[in-house]
Design a protein around this ligand. Structure first.
Ligand SMILES: [Zn+2]
Length: 262
């Protein structure tokens, strides 16, 4: 998995070039250079990074991420209470954001967890999902795909996914206990995301593989799931990694939305 998109390992930002054909869509996975530091942040800081990346967002949505499976949308009341200088503590608690609104950019922050961007070209709907192993076990991927269908009528088989930079199955050493939960949630296929370690209670988790399994089980076509960007832990100049940098790790931003009518 670490070899995915090897030609882009030296990049500072990643995107899906095939998505350029989707009218009005804006998206990207930003690297360390456009990321947030380890401390507090507010929506204005996130907006600044997006402007640096060449976007011109009128509205930016971020959530207080808790490794859960709740979903928030700019169409929800929780969002209308916020303004630019609201910090993390004021943001709605959610690990996935969905939208069909023009001129709104959804953002998530990660340092090893999997950032997933979803788009349904028609009907116009997008999602940004923070999917670490806890969120995957909580069903954040399935709930996000279901939200696109329930809220906007975007059936899973028209949804496309980009699975962004995250820690790879070589670097992510892990206790064996959650692996049993992965298999009970996703079936025997989840075994393919796990490699035993030197002792019986340790191993290595390929969390992007697990996210891909979750997306396909949620109803996406396997060919509609793309891996984008390299392993976070192996690229210190390009990407933040919590496993590598510990509590001092910053966060990279991933974003998706629809351009406003101009
Ligand atoms: Zn790695």
């Amino acid at each position: 998995m670490g070899a995915a998109n090897r030609e882009t390992d030296d990049a500072t930002r990643w995107r899906v070039t095939e998505w350029d054909a989707i009218p009005g869509l804006i998206h990207g996975f930003l690297g360390r250079a456009d990321g947030l530091g380890p401390g507090a942040f507010d929506l204005a800081a996130i907006r600044d990074r997006l402007i640096t990346a060449g976007e011109a967002p009128r509205v930016v949505l971020a959530a207080r991420q808790v490794h859960g499976a709740d979903i928030v949308s700019p169409e929800d009341p929780a969002w209308s209470q916020l303004d630019w200088h609201d910090g993390a503590e004021r943001l709605p608690v959610a690990d996935a954001l969905v939208s069909a609104s023009a001129d709104v950019i959804l953002t998530i922050r990660t340092a090893d967890c999997v950032p997933i961007l979803l788009v349904a070209p028609a009907p116009h709907a997008v999602a940004a999902v923070h999917a670490g192993w806890r969120g995957l076990l909580a069903g954040v991927v399935e709930r996000s795909v279901a939200a696109l269908a329930d809220r906007y009528g975007a059936r899973p088989d028209v949804v496309q996914a980009a699975v962004g930079p995250a820690i790879c199955g070589t670097c992510y050493e892990f206790g064996a206990e959650p692996q049993r939960e992965f298999v009970s949630r996703y079936g025997a296929e989840a075994e393919s995301a796990w490699r035993p370690g030197a002792s019986s209670n340790r191993g290595y988790l390929d969390v992007r593989r697990l996210a891909t399994i979750a997306l396909v089980r949620a109803g996406l076509d396997a060919g509609a799931v793309r891996l984008v960007g390299p392993c976070t832990a192996e690229h210190p100049a390009a990407l933040h990694s919590y496993r590598r940098d510990g509590a001092g790790a910053g966060r990279q931003l991933s974003y998706i939305g629809w351009r406003g009518d101009e």
